[in-house]
Design a protein around this ligand. Structure first.
Ligand SMILES: Cc1cc2nc3c(=O)[nH]c(=O)nc-3n(C[C@H](O)[C@H](O)[C@H](O)COP(=O)(O)OP(=O)(O)OC[C@H]3O[C@@H](n4cnc5c(N)ncnc54)[C@H](O)[C@@H]3O)c2cc1C
Length: 293
């Protein structure tokens, strides 16, 4: 059995380096397991020590509080194996949780596969994307997921087929805890020009999203049929700042860090936005971004 001391880790590191919005204090330890067995050992140790476990991918939809966080952070950077199996026109991509959407796009382009093109440009690992049920342009990752391999908070390994997974708009049961260590998705050989569809999506994202500043993506889920961005804009939050944190001038639902944003200011801004939208519209905004304190 693997010993915890043999698992790669870093100690006392800035959490700003582990999230795209670059806010937060310090992590006591971040672990980088390289296989399922190491993930299990980490969960059992955390359970023994009464520690909360926080899985980490690219950190593109996560915000950390300031101060020192002593949780067991488990990062997927060493889980990057990717294998491809072709059965007729279907391609099965079998991936470690840390495989990035950029890596998937390379495969998609190489074999001209359809099913993933609408998701191109989302900064994500496959593990983080399944947890968030990430989506764009009318598609979501769960449309193409076949199987998910997951370690529970008790350290048990469970394999799910898609039909057994509970998910909805920007939600999956994996948000309740545990760690996804492997995912299989299914894509199909296409007759369409997939490369040009990907290019169009990337151009559109570039136009609409504040990609020049550190950001954490969508702050709130869209309270359909409304759009969170439109509601925020209507009530004066587009471009509104508290200290160095603000709702972007370009896209009101994206928080941006103008330099040295403080978590405390971010909470003030979110609480104000949520209160105003509730008072004026009777709508309770649901946070999409995951806050870790
Ligand atoms: C510029 C920008 C554009 C974006 N555009 C979109 C978009 O179009 N659509 C969209 O849906 N999102 C979008 N996002 C948000 C974000 O990219 C997605 O939510 C993405 O899926 C997060 O993946 P990640 O690997 O960065 O996860 P992280 O941000 O690291 O984590 C997100 C959540 O998943 C959990 N998690 C991470 N890895 C695992 C794992 N292996 N097992 C279990 N839980 C895990 C974390 O604990 C956390 O709760 C955008 C973000 C940015 C910055």
């Amino acid at each position: 059995m693997v010993k915890i001391k043999d698992i790669e880790k870093v100690e006392d590191v800035s959490l700003r380096d582990f999230c795209t919005i670059r806010i937060g204090g310090y992590a006591k330890h971040i672990f980088f397991p390289k296989n399922e067995e190491e993930v299990i050992v980490l969960y059992r140790e955390a359970l023994n020590k009464g520690k909360k476990v926080v899985p980490l991918g690219l950190g593109s939809n996560i915000i950390f509080s300031d101060g020192v966080l002593t949780h067991f952070f488990i990062h997927s950077k060493n889980l990057k194996n990717l294998s491809i199996k072709q059965v007729g026109d279907n391609f099965y991509l079998d991936m470690g949780a840390g495989v990035s959407f950029k890596q998937i796009i390379e495969v998609v382009k190489k074999y001209n596969l359809e099913g993933f093109e609408n998701l191109s440009g989302i900064p994500a690992t496959i593990g983080g994307a399944v947890c968030m049920n990430a989506g764009a342009y009318g598609s979501e990752i769960m449309d193409i997921v076949e199987r998910v391999y997951w370690v529970s908070e008790e350290g048990d390994s469970i394999e799910y087929s898609k039909e057994d997974i509970s998910y909805s708009y920007r939600y999956s049961q994996f948000q309740e805890g545990g760690f996804i260590y492997r995912v299989i998705i299914k894509l199909k050989k296409s007759k369409k020009d997939i490369k040009s569809l990907i290019k169009q999506h990337l151009l559109d994202r570039n136009k609409k999203q504040p990609l020049d500043l550190p950001t954490s993506g969508s702050t709130y889920k869209n309270p359909l049929p409304h759009y969170a961005g439109q509601l925020l804009e209507k009530h004066g939050f587009k471009g509104k700042r508290v200290g160095d944190i603000g709702f972007s001038e370009k896209h009101a639902n994206f928080l941006v860090n103008y330099g040295n944003a403080k978590f405390e200011d971010l909470l003030k801004l979110l609480e104000e936005a949520e209160k105003v939208i509730f008072d004026k519209e009777g709508i309770e905004l649901q946070r999409e971004v995951r806050i870790v304190e």
